[in-house]
Design a protein around this ligand. Structure first.
Ligand code: NAD
Length: 549
C-alpha cells in the first residue's frame, strides 16, 4: 500500500483543457444517435431498477421504498428507491466528513480530472442512459433531455474545471522581499446539496461544484428525479470520485433536513427548488446559527414568474414563437418558463392568433414518440396545483386556448393561454410551474406604465424578455427592468441559458443569484486563507525614523 506521504504532486503548473460547449445532437429520424437512444429507451422501460442509498461508496438498502414512475404513464414503475432513515443521514454526514480530510488535500488538478472524466463519460458511454432516464423519469422530449441531461451537465463539469483554475490563479500583489499567497480552502464541514426534479444537470452540478473546490457533500435528489440522479452517481463513481465525497441520500425531504440542518458541521447549502422550501431551510439555519462551527454558506436558486413584454414595434411572429417555446416547452416546468406576457393592443390580435394557431398544432404525449413537442407534468401534486390555477382562470379570466386536464393515464395538461384585464390577477403574480401563460393587453400609449407594473407585479426576478424593433424601447425596458430579472433577453425567449454563455440565476425571491455554472458560484464553496511569507525576517524592533535627535 502506498503511504499518503509518499505521493508527490507533479512538478508542473497544469492547465485544464479549455472548456467548450457540448454540441446539441439533432436526433434526426434514422440517425445513429436516434437508433441508440431508442434502443436504450426500450431496454430501460423494460427494467425495474432497485436504487440504493449510497454512503461512503457503499450501497445501502433500507427496505423502506418509494417508486419512480413515468409521469406520462403513471402506472409504469421504472424504479424502486430506498429511503434514508435519520440514522442513514447521520452516516452520510459522517462519511462526508471522513472523506473530506483526504479529498481536500488532493491537488486541485486531480479533483478537476475526476470531474472532467465524468464529463467525457457522459458525452460517450453514459449518454443514452442519462438521456433515456430523463425522458422516461421526468417526461422530457428528446430535445429537452439532450439540452439538460447531456449538454448542460457536460458543460457544467467542463466549465467549472476551467473556472476553478481561474480562481486558483488569482493571487495577490507582493511587496519587497515578501511572497503573498491566497489558498482557496474548501469549507470546514460538509455541504448539503438539494436538487429539484426539473433538470438532471442541476442535481449533478449542485453536488459536484462544491466537491470540485475541495468539499464533500450529502446530496438529496428530488424523489421525482431519482432515476436520473442515480445514474449521475454511477458516472461519478466511474470517473473515480473517491467514496464519501458525494453521498446519495434519497428519501423524505423533511426527515433528511431535520438531521442535516441540526448538524454542527453543516458548512453550506447548495439548493435549487421552490422559494418556500429555501426560505424554510434558511429560517432553520437562522434558528440554529449558534450551534454551527462555521457560518453555513446559503446558495439557493428558487422560483420565478418570468415575463415577455412586447413593444408596439415588436415582430408579432417572433413574440408568438417565444410564447410557445418559452411557455410550453417541458410543460412550462422550467424555472425560466415564460408565464406572463404583456402585449400592446395594436399587436394583440396578431400575436394571439399566431400563438393559438401554433398551440393547436402541438402534439403532446409519450416522449418516446419524437413527434411530440410536450409530455406530462411531473406528478399528481403538480397536476392538481396547475389544474386549480386553470379552474381559477375559468372563473376569473378568459381561457383563449387549452385548459384541458387529464390524469387518467399520465398527468397531462394542455398548453393553455389565458387573457386577463386585471394586471394584479393572481395568474400574473404567482408561480404556477406548468404550461399556462397569462396575457395582459396594455394600451400602446402606456408602455412606460406597463414596464412599471411588470416590475412591481411579482416577488420574483429570475428571467424576462423584451421584444422590440426600436432600439430606444430596448434601452427603456433594459433600464426599467434592471432588477426584474437576473437573466434578461432581448428579442429572444427567456429560457435556454447555456453554461459559459449566459450564467444563470435571479434575485429578489428567485434566489441568491450566485449564477450556476460560473466562477461566482464556485467562490461560495471556498474559504480563502491569506499567507504572507517574509524571506528575510526583521531583526531589530526599532524603525529608522527613531534614530533622529
Ligand atoms: P421543490 O422545492 O418542491 O423541491 C426541491 C428539492 O427540495 C427537492 O429535492 C425536494 O425534495 C426538496 N425539499 C422539499 N421540501 C423540503 C424541505 N422541507 N427541506 C429540504 N428539502 C426539501 O421544487 P421542485 O418542484 O423540485 O422544483 C420546482 C421549483 O424549483 C420551482 O419553484 C422552480 O422555479 C425552481 N427552480 C429554480 C431554478 C433556478 O435556477 N432558479 C432552477 C430549477 C428549478
Amino acid at each position: 500500500m502506498i503511504r499518503m506521504s509518499s505521493i508527490a504532486s507533479l512538478s508542473a503548473v497544469r492547465r485544464v483543457p479549455a472548456a467548450i460547449n457540448e454540441p446539441v445532437k439533432s436526433y434526426a429520424p434514422g440517425s445513429l444517435e436516434t437508433v441508440a437512444l431508442k434502443a436504450r429507451l426500450a431496454s430501460m422501460a423494460a427494467e425495474r431498477v432497485d436504487i440504493p442509498i449510497i454512503i461512503g461508496g457503499k450501497e445501502i438498502r433500507t427496505g423502506k421504498t418509494g417508486t419512480a414512475v413515468m409521469p406520462f404513464d403513471h402506472g409504469h414503475v421504472l424504479a424502486d428507491y430506498h429511503m434514508a432513515s435519520p440514522e442513514h443521514v447521520q452516516q452520510a454526514i459522517d462519511a462526508a466528513l471522513a472523506a473530506r480530510r483526504e479529498w481536500a488535500s488532493w491537488p486541485w488538478e486531480d479533483r478537476a480530472a475526476v470531474i472532467l472524466k465524468a464529463a467525457e463519460l457522459l458525452a460517450t458511454t453514459y449518454n443514452t442512459t442519462l438521456n433515456a432516464a430523463t425522458m422516461l423519469g421526468q417526461a422530457k422530449t428528446v430535445y429537452q433531455a439532450e439540452i439538460d441531461a447531456a449538454c448542460e451537465l457536460i458543460d457544467f463539469w467542463r466549465f467549472n474545471a476551467q473556472y476553478a483554475q481561474e480562481i486558483y490563479c488569482e493571487q495577490p500583489a507582493n511587496g519587497p522581499g515578501v511572497w503573498n499567497q491566497l489558498e482557496y480552502r474548501g469549507l470546514e464541514g460538509f455541504i448539503y446539496a438539494v436538487s429539484p426534479f426539473n433538470f438532471t444537470a442541476i442535481g449533478g452540478n449542485l453536488s459536484s461544484a462544491p466537491a470540485l473546490m475541495g468539499n464533500t457533500a450529502v446530496w438529496k435528489p428530488a424523489s421525482t428525479a431519482v432515476l436520473s440522479g442515480y445514474y449521475v452517481m454511477k458516472i461519478f463513481e466511474a470517473a473515480g470520485l473517491p467514496p464519501g465525497v458525494i453521498n446519495f441520500v434519497p428519501g423524505s425531504a423533511g426527515a433528511i433536513s431535520d438531521v442535516v440542518l441540526n448538524s454542527p458541521d453543516l458548512a453550506g447549502i447548495h439548493f435549487t427548488g421552490s422559494t418556500e422550501v429555501f426560505q424554510g431551510m434558511w429560517k432553520t439555519v437562522g434558528e440554529n446559527i449558534s450551534r454551527y462551527k462555521t457560518y453555513p454558506r446559503l446558495v439557493g436558486e428558487t422560483g420565478g414568474k418570468d415575463f415577455i413584454i412586447a413593444h408596439p414595434s415588436a415582430d408579432p411572429q417572433a413574440v408568438a414563437v417565444a410564447i410557445v417555446r418559452g411557455g410550453f416547452e417541458y410543460q412550462g416546468q422550467k424555472c425560466s418558463a415564460a408565464s406572463r406576457v404583456y402585449i400592446p393592443q395594436s399587436l394583440w390580435s396578431e400575436v394571439r392568433d399566431r400563438t393559438i394557431a401554433m398551440m393547436r398544432e402541438i402534439k403532446m404525449g409519450d416522449p418516446r414518440d419524437f413527434r411530440n413537442f410536450m409530455s406530462a407534468v411531473i406528478d399528481k401534486k403538480a397536476f392538481d396545483r396547475i389544474s386549480a390555477y386553470i379552474g381559477d382562470a375559468k372563473q376569473g379570466a378568459k381561457i383563449l386556448q387549452g385548459g384541458g386536464c387529464d390524469a387518467s393515464k399520465g398527468y397531462f395538461i394542455e398548453p393553455t393561454l389565458v387573457e386577463t384585464n386585471n394586471p394584479a390577477y393572481r395568474l400574473l403574480c404567482e408561480e404556477i410551474f406548468g404550461p399556462v401563460v397569462t396575457a395582459y393587453v396594455y394600451p400602446d400609449a402606456k408602455w412606460h406604465e406597463t414596464l412599471d407594473i411588470l416590475d412591481r407585479t411579482s416577488p420574483y426576478a429570475l428571467t424576462g424578455a423584451v421584444f422590440a424593433r426600436e432600439r430606444s424601447a430596448v434601452r427603456e425596458a433594459t433600464s426599467a427592468l434592471r432588477n426584474a430579472a437576473g437573466n434578461f433577453y432581448i428579442n429572444d425567449k427567456p429560457t435556454g441559458a447555456v453554461v459559459g454563455q449566459q450564467p444563470f440565476g435571479g434575485a429578489r425571491a428567485s434566489g441568491t443569484n450566485d449564477k450556476a455554472g460560473s466562477k461566482s458560484n464556485l467562490t461560495r464553496w471556498v474559504s480563502t486563507r491569506t499567507i504572507k511569507e517574509t524571506f528575510v525576517s526583521a531583526t531589530d524592533y526599532k524603525y529608522s525614523f527613531m534614530a533622529g535627535e
